[in-house]
Design a protein around this ligand. Structure first.
Ligand SMILES: Cc1cc2nc3c(=O)[nH]c(=O)nc-3n(C[C@H](O)[C@H](O)[C@H](O)COP(=O)(O)OP(=O)(O)OC[C@H]3O[C@@H](n4cnc5c(N)ncnc54)[C@H](O)[C@@H]3O)c2cc1C
Length: 563
């Protein structure tokens, strides 16, 4: 970050162009993406700063969505009042290609649209969510649904002309959120097609044009293996409203701009995407896509927390000096920044593997799929936790004003908290990780095989830093081996393994960036990696060098001799 940016408000900047770390990371991992799409991302970053943020504050404070009374049997969306600014920003996100770019005759990598999600969540998680849901429906239709459904429904979701249809995913029920297999919604075959009846408990982007819904065909077995996956249009093919109703909207801590409804399905017309037992598996594919978006959203929230905190620290004086000159202030900022860089690094890693797994030639192997699940579980957990911490730390940095609704930080904290809950809580990520690490995929071996060579090839000053990481990878392997022979002990170890795996992945990405920067005689990223490893692995006392704090915070090059 150029020092002059520390005095510029978010809305006067450019969420993409101003993000020094994002540029460092993409230059070293995906330079061709920057070459091809830099201008697109720059336009997107300008829009996020100039328009999305102000609209988000307005919707959150003044005009959240609401339901109005209407007679039975009408269009479910007609009861929903969405303010025009929210609706316009939502439409514009699709016009920028957040869904459309990944489909059609020349699909772009998902990394591109995940990155847009990162930028978007710096300003509004309440818009990023419905775009994610629409993307999940499009992915399932494009790649997993019967050709007839794809032919009929994909095109409207992928339009980039401001008329895109939007999607929702309805899995959670009152008795089954984490435990989706407890679902009681019934799918009934009639002479006139399939009909769904049940009660969906959390339906974000309520009023969407299409939704994926889990349901159990009559007579199917209990549990997740008895679930099918269905496509529920809001309007039937003759234009009449489908058989469902938004019962009420959730009154939420955050993401207040996002309409999250409870939905009664009463003989709602539906298309079958996959019968049991494949239905649940397909919904999990959609969920994995949403989890990667969640990782990017959490990194975006951290980025916003960091820039708000740094800007304030640079401009505020107390006791006769800018607060940025105080070592404890510097240290808090360095901690937010270090976790942000680890989060963004894991996000890009996960997106790269996601792109590999979803390659259209279907060449990805089982190992890549297992690696993706492992990465996503650990990164979803860690980045969401850090988003909340960063938002909280930013409020503290701003002091009293940070706690008021006049600043973005209060909304940021309220919104960030949802990132830990939706798409699966920490315990659910821990159980997923356990299945991969200690299950038939032998994820512990994959983790070691994929990370060890990079750690071996680090240049000298970084080799010492890599030692505890190698030790932790061996420790994860040993723990997975013990769990394999005594699986009943797995759940008690799962959170510890989740924590350790997230530490290892974070350190690995920070060291990888440190290595590429050292080649260009810049030790800044190595200092960040060292801080991270001291904090999370060796628990060495941190020495604070005030002369280096500001260059690190402002992304200035640092002589390798300083290491
Ligand atoms: C704002 C918002 C929007 C949402 N939008 C959608 C949406 O659009 N579509 C949708 O389908 N869902 C949506 N959800 C629902 C969300 O995905 C679920 O709330 C979440 O998956 C948790 O499920 P639950 O609420 O039933 O909690 P539970 O599953 O009851 O979990 C409660 C606690 O128990 C723990 N727990 C559960 N099982 C285990 C276990 N085996 N071992 C250890 N701990 C366990 C969990 O970790 C958690 O801490 C939304 C939620 C929110 C808050």
């Amino acid at each position: 970050m150029d020092r002059s940016l520390s005095s510029r408000d978010f809305h006067d900047g450019n969420a993409y162009a101003d993000d020094s770390y994002l540029h460092l990371l993409l230059r070293s991992t995906r330079p061709e993406l920057v070459t091809r799409h830099g201008a697109r991302l720059e336009a997107f970053g300008r829009w996020v700063a100039a328009e999305v943020d102000a609209a988000a504050a307005y919707t959150d404070h003044e005009a959240p969505p609401r339901l109005v009374e209407a007679g039975e049997g009408g269009d479910p969306a007609a009861r929903l009042v969405i303010n025009p600014r929210y609706a316009a920003v939502h439409r514009e996100a699709y016009r920028h290609g957040m869904v459309g770019l990944n489909h059609g005759s020349r699909p772009e990598p998902f990394l591109l649209t995940f990155l847009m999600g990162y930028l978007l969540s710096e300003a509004d998680i309440s818009i990023h969510c419905p775009v994610t849901l629409t993307g999940a429906v499009a992915l399932v239709l494009d790649r997993l649904a019967p050709a007839e459904l794809k032919g009929r429904y994909l095109e409207p979701l992928t339009r980039m002309d401001g008329t895109a249809a939007t999607g929702g995913t309805w899995a959670t029920e009152r008795d089954g959120g984490s435990d989706v297999g407890a679902s009681t919604t019934i799918a009934r075959a009639t002479n006139d097609g399939l009909r769904l009846s049940g009660f969906k408990w959390f339906c974000s982007n309520a009023g969407s044009d299409l939704a994926l819904a889990t349901a159990r065909p009559e007579g199917a077995p209990p549990g997740s293996s008895g679930l099918g996956l269905y496509l529920v249009p809001r309007l039937k093919s003759d234009g009449s409203p489908n058989g469902y109703r938004i019962r009420r909207l959730k009154d939420k801590l955050g993401t207040r701009g996002l309409p999250t409804g409870e939905i009664d399905l009463t003989d709602a017309f539906a298309h079958e995407i996959a019968p049991p037992p494949r239905g649940f598996k397909l919904m999990m594919e959609a969920l994995e896509f949403s989890r990667v978006h969640n990782i990017f959203a959490a990194a975006g929230a951290q980025r916003r927390a960091f820039t708000e905190a740094l800007r304030h620290a640079a401009g505020r004086s107390a006791f006769g000096a800018p607060i940025l000159s105080y070592p404890m202030v510097q240290s808090s900022l360095l901690d937010i920044q270090m976790e942000l860089e680890a989060s963004l690094g894991m996000a890009v890693m996960a997106a790269d593997v996601f792109d590999e797994v979803w390659r259209r030639d279907g060449s990805a192997g089982e190992e890549s799929r297992a690696w993706l699940r492992l990465l996503v579980a650990a990164a979803k957990y860690r980045t969401a936790e850090q988003a909340v911490r960063a938002a909280s730390a930013a409020i503290e940095m701003l002091g009293g004003i940070g706690y008021t609704e006049e600043y973005a930080t209060a909304r940021l904290l309220r919104d960030a908290q949802v990132l830990t809950v939706w798409e699966g809580t920490a315990n659910i990520q821990a159980l997923e990780l356990l299945r991969i690490l200690a299950g038939p995929a032998d994820g512990a071996r994959i983790l070691s095989n994929l990370l060890a060579p990079g750690l071996e090839q680090l240049p000298n000053p970084l080799q010492d830093l890599a030692k505890p990481i190698r030790g932790a990878i061996a420790g994860i392997g040993a723990a997975a081996g013990r769990i394999r022979s005594q699986p009943q002990n797995g759940p008690a170890q799962a959170r510890i393994l989740l924590e350790k795996t997230a530490d290892v992945l974070s350190a690995a990405t920070l060291l990888a960036t440190a290595k590429t920067r050292l080649v260009e005689s810049d030790a800044r990223s190595a200092l960040v990696a060292r801080r991270y490893i001291d904090r999370r692995f060796t628990r060495r006392d941190l020495t604070h060098d005030a002369s280096l704090a500001e260059p690190v915070l402002f992304y200035e090059a640092i002589e390798p001799g300083e290491l």
